[in-house]
Design a protein around this ligand. Structure first.
Ligand SMILES: Cc1cc2nc3c(=O)[nH]c(=O)nc-3n(C[C@H](O)[C@H](O)[C@H](O)COP(=O)(O)O)c2cc1C
Length: 242
C-alpha cells in the first residue's frame, strides 16, 4: 500500500480568488469540513487544491536569475492557488506513473510537505499536510502556529511574519531501507531539489521565500506533531516581498 493513497478523498475545489464575502463563505465551508477531520494524519477529510498552472510569463532562465532569498514580507495574504502552485512545484505528481516534479532516489519519495498557514485566503490558520497523489491538504492541527515555529527557529522574523511557512520533512527509512546509510545523503539531496523548485516557483507568482535550516528539530517536531521517524529539514516562509 502506498503511504499517500490510503484514504478516500472528499472533493472540494477552491479558487481562493473570489470576493471577500465569497472567501468568507468558503472559509466557513472549509472550517466545517476540517472541523470533522480526525486528528490522525491521513484519515481526515481532504481539502482539494486548485489545479496547478503549467504556463507563466517567466522563463526558467529568468526564474534562475531572479531567485533570491527574501526575508521581509508585506501583510498581504496568500491565495489557495499560490499555495497549490508552490506545493505542486516541490512534490506534485507530474505523470501518470505518479512521478513527481523533483527527482527521488529509486522513486521512493521520502519527503513530506506541511503548510503552516496563518494568513491564507479561504484557509483557516493551522497546520496542513500536502497529499501529492490527491493534490490536496489534510489538516494536522488548528490555530496559528507561526509564532511558535519562529521561536523554534531562533526567533527568525521571516518565519514569524510570513503569511505561511512550508516545512519540508523526511522519513529517512523509506530510502535507507533500500540504500542503507547512503540513503541519508539522498534524502538531503532531495530536500534541496524540492526547496529549489519552491524558490523558482515563487518568481512567476511574484512571491519570495528563504530556506531556513537553523531551528530546533525537537521543537519543530512538536509543533507539527510529527511521528517519531519523521525529521524536519527545511522551513520555507513564503510571502509577497516587502
Ligand atoms: C542549508 C541552508 C540553510 C540556510 N539557513 C538559513 C536560515 O536559517 N536563515 C536564513 O535567513 N537563511 C538561511 N539560508 C539562506 C542563505 O542565507 C542564502 O541562500 C544565502 O545568503 C545566499 O542568498 P540567496 O539565496 O539570495 O542567493 C540557508 C541556506 C541554505 C542552503
Amino acid at each position: 500500500m502506498r503511504f499517500d493513497t490510503d484514504t478516500q478523498v472528499k472533493k472540494v475545489t477552491l479558487s481562493g480568488t473570489g470576493t471577500p464575502s465569497r472567501n468568507a463563505a468558503l472559509g466557513l465551508l472549509l472550517l466545517a469540513m476540517v472541523g470533522t477531520a480526525a486528528a490522525d494524519r491521513g484519515a481526515a477529510d481532504r481539502i482539494m487544491l486548485p489545479e496547478p498552472r503549467h504556463r507563466s510569463h517567466v522563463s526558467v532562465e529568468e526564474a534562475l536569475r531572479d531567485r533570491r532569498s527574501v526575508r521581509n514580507y508585506s501583510s498581504d495574504s496568500l491565495t489557495l492557488a499560490d499555495i497549490a502552485q508552490l506545493l505542486w512545484s516541490a512534490q506534485g505528481v507530474s505523470d501518470a506513473r505518479g512521478r513527481r516534479t523533483a527527482p527521488s532516489a529509486g522513486a521512493l519519495y521520502p519527503l513530506e510537505l506541511y503548510l503552516v498557514a496563518g494568513n491564507v485566503e479561504a484557509l483557516p490558520a493551522g497546520v496542513y499536510q500536502y497529499r501529492p497523489a490527491q493534490h490536496a491538504l489534510s489538516r494536522v492541527a488548528a490555530g496559528d502556529k507561526r509564532d511558535g515555529l519562529a521561536k523554534a527557529a531562533l526567533r527568525q522574523t521571516s518565519v514569524r511574519d510570513a503569511p505561511a511557512v512550508i516545512v519540508i520533512t523526511a522519513v529517512y527509512e523509506r530510502t535507507t531501507r533500500k540504500y542503507g546509510d547512503r540513503g541519508q545523503r539522498y534524502v538531503h539531496m532531495e530536500a534541496g531539489h524540492a526547496a529549489q523548485n519552491i524558490y523558482l516557483q515563487t518568481v512567476p507568482l511574484g512571491l519570495g521565500t528563504v530556506t531556513v535550516g537553523a531551528f530546533s528539530d525537537r521543537k519543530v517536531k512538536q509543533i507539527l506533531d510529527l511521528p517519531e521517524d519523521e525529521e524536519p529539514l527545511y522551513l520555507m516562509p513564503v510571502g509577497k516581498p516587502r
